[in-house]
Design a protein around this ligand. Sequence first.
Ligand code: MOS
Length: 732
Amino acid sequence: MSKIIGKPLDRVDGKLKVTGEAPYTADVPRENLAYGVIFQSAIAKGKVIQIETSTAAAAPGVINIITYQQTPNLVKIPFFPTPENLPTTQDDNIYYNGQHLGIVIAETLEQAEYAASLVKISYEVAEPTITIAQAEIFEPESIFFGIMPGKITRGDIASGKTQAEVLVEEIYTTPMEHHNPLEPAATLAMWTGDNLTLYETTQGISATQRGIAAVLNIPQEKVRVISQYLGGGFGCKALLRSHTILAAIAARQVQRPVKVVLTRSQMYTSCGYRSPTQQHLTLGATQDGKLSVINHIGTSLTSIFDDFVEPVGAPTTMMYACANLQVKYRLARINTITPTFMRAPGEAPGMFALESAMDELAAALNIDPIELRLRNHADIDPHTQLPWSSKSLKQCYQQGAELFGWSLRNPVPRSMRDGDFLIGWGMASATFPSNSGKASVKVEMLANGEARVKTGTQDLGTGTYTVMTQVAAEALGLSSQQVQFELGDSNLPNAPIAGNSITVGSVSPAVHQAASAAKQRMMQMAVADPNSPIYGFPVADITVESGKIFSQQDPSKQDSYSEILRRHGLASLEVTEETSPNPESQKYSKHSFGAIFIEVAIDELLGQIKIRRCVGVYSVGKILNCKTARSQVIGGITWGIGMALMEKTVIDPHQGRIVGANLSDYLIPVHTDIPNIEVQFIAEHDPHVNTLGTKSLGELPIVGVAAAIANAVYHATGKRIRDLPITPDKLI
Ligand code: MOS
């Protein structure tokens, strides 16, 4: 019986954050600090002829200017398995607009910014490739570090198409999008002798430690990476980036701590983005609504020098029972920085296409959209043929439909109206894989009876400190106030990168195991100690609650963690445990699921879309904190609304510049755009996924939102919009 796990505990770091005391990377104070400002290429393709730095160097406060020509020989490291990796510029070749060409270091930020504006760069300009239409397109053999094939098939799509009595064959497109975390990327680099310390905005302290050590060719043990608080990451802080390397080089050169904070505008050119996608999708079904064929071909962009695929077909392979399927990727090389992971990479744009097409198929077959999904429900993973570790998608549909009032929907487009507004109701499914990795956790039992729990994980701002405190407190029999949780330092025991929604599934089992082991050790010490009030009782009979240790048979016999330590002459006691994913769990397909229902109201004359109501029901296994979990979902759905209606990065087709690289031109939702969002979780027990039964949550709730909105827009207007974002001009 959980007393603490699952409860809506307020964020344990909430007070520090609202009082401004949480040390985010850019806030970390240092004596003798110097400021670095990066200068970038103004062209998209060509060569640098000359970088003229003498005027800049003479500007007030300038300490040094380092161009790519003065950086030491850096080791290229495999971000991706391609021959040409580009940790930062190492020669005169320009591959994209915004490429980092060097760094100005000055006494103040303003002096560094001013001097950077005086750096004069001359170029030999070549004609860049900017659009998919101009690009060389190829079919990659494998994607995602070579772990997934570039083409997946089952059955025979030609015969599946022949069997089909109704076909939907359409092209769905999504634009380039940028992450825009509230906190921009920042690095504070400092050297003590040949030891490097980086305060870094990163989702992966250990990965950054390994990466920078490799690039600079120094031993990993000489690098320490600290990231205690993050203002969002969403994928753009997952990989080692050029500004971090330049900050480290600069700090070594000037023998002072150097801080680099990217500007909002530089965030658009320095940290990746979600590739635009063009998705050719074919769904075929027999009259009874059974899918006979799915063919999903996704084209996305990559850079000249690296392969990155937006894996739009990943959910397509496992979402519906269909014997004949093909998923294939195509890549277009253009003059851009390499795209990267962005919240629910693959699933977010992929499910826009798949769940829009399912709605089109439902309309063509005259079958209710939920009913069509139920008729094609995948009872096992149709691709791996493995059973699900747990799946409650049917309950998500049912509960969501009830909460939303779906049974009152008149399926005829344009049939619902409220004054000048056309009303539309749409729904879609959500899915995301539940993966996990190895994690190690140290528990320190302290003399005052409290515990300190440490692991090198990261908190993106979503609640890792809080939920891990709950898991540790529960396992130790302490209150959550009696547990301090430490994370975000590569000196702590190793934990995986905070990406792919794996943190809870990877770290909470290790926290639970280490805390349980620490409790067990303390119990054994007590029952074996003639001076303990619980001496001689079997350990199985002992309970700990809020730090009180007692025998269930005789609750008057009490001991405490602090007394046990004191009697043993110990100032503290440490237990470290490591957990790995259980190989047994590989016999199951592990995914979270959900269903999203949305009501739109559309001004018939102006084409303006207002989201009126939103219901999301999710099955994610055990919930560690119902408040932070709900917040995660609200954030994801809000982003999904932005993706559906607003977000779009525009590139100038001549010089590859990002137009409007700021938060006033790049539109995202504000409060008035977001309705009340009703969130429910299905009570779901998953005995296979990990010891606590938690599944992925962070990336799931953006998935399906854009399709649910496009489906609602169709229902309201009779217009099917297959190109995001759905802006008013597309409706009038
Ligand atoms: Mo996430 S896109 O794996 O940070």
